[in-house]
Design a protein around this ligand. Structure first.
Ligand code: CA
Length: 222
């Protein structure tokens, strides 16, 4: 697995590179945003520092995402909630605040790369998340074996969230995927559909609200 580490601070980057290599990763390092944008092809994951000398890390994140689906983990000293939200909205897959443990970093890398594999075109026709089962061939949905009748949009919304359980889907992502790629209508539409979906599923906690970002399908019992 190949990692691109974007970090300008040698004192942080060097031990990180050494650790990742020891853990079996192939590591490439970029010290600036421009260098990162030149280097990106072929990486399985990008670790991106936000405080870079040339470009803002968010800008690097946005540009990487515009041309590639590579998983991006923002690694930063900033820990404000708004930073995390902005990062995720720009398409980062995860957010890690310095200082962090090396084992935690490796666990996050494994998690986002596993998730990225799940983004490949779905071949199975049956998706299950806890008590929920979706049969894509017939568009039938059941909870604990009991059939749930959904409208076409409710179904599409549920199917979209269930296609990557645990992953946070931003409001924009959902609107663009489930509604239209140029959705300019009221975003309240999404909330209305989420509410009716929760009501019909009878287990409101299955679709979690991630405040200020979007929604995700819960993967484990609360
Ligand atoms: Ca930095």
């Amino acid at each position: 697995m190949q990692v691109l580490l974007v970090e300008d601070d040698d004192a942080l980057a060097e031990p990180l590179v050494a650790g990742l290599v020891r853990a079996g990763f192939v590591v490439r390092r970029a010290s600036t945003g421009a260098e990162a944008l030149d280097l990106t092809d072929g990486d399985d994951v990008v670790l991106l520092d936000l405080g870079l000398p040339d470009l803002d890390g968010y800008e690097v994140c946005r540009r990487l995402r515009a041309r590639s689906a590579v998983p991006i983990i923002i690694v930063t000293a900033r820990g404000e909630e708004t930073d995390r939200v902005v990062g995720l909205e720009l398409g980062a897959d995860d957010y890690l605040v310095k200082p962090f443990g090396f084992r935690e970093l490796v666990a996050r890398i494994r998690a986002v790369t596993r998730r990225a594999e799940g983004r490949l075109p779905e071949t199975g026709t049956r998706v299950t998340v806890g008590p929920l089962a979706i049969d894509r061939r017939t568009r039938r949905v059941t909870m604990d074996g009991r059939e749930i009748l959904l409208t076409p949009k409710e179904y599409d919304l549920l199917d979209f969230l269930a296609s990557d359980p645990g992953a946070v889907r931003t409001r924009t992502e959902i609107l663009e995927s489930v509604w239209d790629s140029h959705w300019y209508g009221p975003t309240k539409t999404l909330d209305v559909h989420i509410a009716s979906l929760r009501r019909k599923l009878g287990e409101p906690g299955l679709v979690e609200t991630v405040r200020g970002v979007g929604f995700r399908m819960r993967t484990t019992a609360p």
